[in-house]
Design a protein around this ligand. Structure first.
Ligand SMILES: *Cc1c(COP(=O)(O)O)cnc(C)c1O
Length: 370
């Protein structure tokens, strides 16, 4: 099977301003309490791809419904991938995003796995710039708020045969996001899914695709019913070691200060937050073991006091402390455990970089409004 390579020239974007763009007062009202994923900005990016023409028709258009033929292949065979990143407003008003090249490259890897076409890193970043150029005022300024950007790619060929689509759409939408922990960072309980798996060997676990999320929703319901915020998945093959949460990676802090996190074995999503935490921890002289972590390691580590902190990480919540793991036959940790010290210190350092409160020594920020 061949997947057409990225076009080698940069795309040129046209702009159609929205006739229904919200007035400043309405926008400010939304930005005062945006929640997450509920409100969308006035515009979106759309780029088309066909096997014959490659990527073309790059546009910034009014935000609105897509026209999809009922036979569009994404609706039947879930040929879809996405990304998630944030735009942060710094104290001087400038707008920055975090490691967008890493998102661009991950979108390319996801595209490869889902037999979708690759978009170049340059075109990906330009698509963010173009959207922010028209909708930059939608980036809130209150502490810990951001504009969440959701690039995604779908197969939209009208064809019910089962094969990689010859017609694809790439879109970018944006949604203002409030502080994830509005009342202060609070540790969460997570639910151990023993009945369901997220990803198997050779599957799509390392790709950021909607299909992975579809299969995680039922165990997520189970988690809610048991008072937990998120689901922890074990590896599908042995059911004995920790993979990741439905949408976040996981870390353990040990008594001697070193960290451990499940190695990237192909069934785990390669989080950019995960990678950044590894770098920041190593900068501090801490060892980070990317390794196999069994459920026994976790239970014994908590019981013996070797594991002192557990946290999850991802773009949306940055770092979330985990107080307790619950399952139908298991309970590890204490629901009242406070957020760990290193957990909170790494969270602070990462958000300080993202919001421009500390020097960006790794060159992780890309300014989007200049
Ligand atoms: C997106 C995602 C993550 C976190 O990745 P970040 O790049 O840190 O946001 C972790 N696990 C899954 C399954 C994801 O989809």
């Amino acid at each position: 099977m061949t997947v057409t390579e990225t076009t080698s020239y940069p795309l040129r974007f046209s702009l159609t301003p929205s006739p229904a763009a919200r007035a400043e007062a309405e926008r400010e009202e939304i930005l005062a309490d945006p929640g997450f994923g509920k409100h969308f900005t006035d515009h979106m990016v759309s780029i088309d791809w066909t096997t014959a023409a490659g990527w073309h028709d790059a546009q910034v258009i009014p935000y609105g419904p897509l026209m999809l033929d009922p036979a569009a292949s994404v609706l039947h065979y879930a040929q879809e991938i996405f990304e998630g990143l944030k735009v942060y407003r710094h104290a001087d008003g400038s707008l920055h995003t975090f490691r967008p090249e890493a998102n661009a490259r991950r979108l390319q890897r996801s595209a490869q796995r889902l037999a979708l076409p690759e978009l170049s890193v340059e075109d990906f970043i330009e698509s963010l710039r173009r959207l922010v150029a028209v909708d930059g005022q939608w980036v809130p300024s209150a502490p810990e708020t951001s504009l969440y950007i959701r690039p995604f790619m779908i197969a939209n060929e009208s064809f019910l045969g089962v094969r990689a689509a010859h017609k694809v759409g790439y879109y970018v939408i944006a949604s203002p996001a409030g502080a994830y922990f509005a009342a202060g960072v609070a540790p969460v309980k997570i639910w151990l899914s023993t009945e369901y798996s997220r990803a198997g060997r050779g599957g799509t676990g390392a790709a950021k695709c909607g299909g992975n999320y579809a299969s995680s929703l039922l165990p997520q319901v189970e988690a809610y019913e048991n008072g937990c915020a998120q689901v922890l998945f074990l590896d599908a093959e042995t059911g004995s070691h920790v993979d990741e949460l439905g949408g976040m990676n996981i870390f353990f802090v040990h008594k001697d200060g070193h960290l451990s996190t499940p190695a990237l074995t192909g069934t785990i999503l390669e989080g950019i937050t995960r990678q950044s935490i590894i770098t920041l921890a190593k900068d501090r002289g801490l060892t980070v073991d990317e390794t196999t972590i069994t459920m026994d390691d976790w239970r014994d580590g908590i019981e013996s006091g070797d594991i002192t902190e557990v946290f999850a990480c991802g773009t949306a919540a940055v770092i979330t402390p985990i107080s307790q793991l619950l399952g139908s036959e298991i309970s590890i940790g204490n629901p009242d455990a406070p957020a760990g010290e290193l957990t909170m210190s790494l969270r602070r350092e990462l958000t300080d970089i993202q919001y421009g409160r500390t020097p960006d020594r790794h060159g992780w920020l890309t300014r989007l409004d200049a």
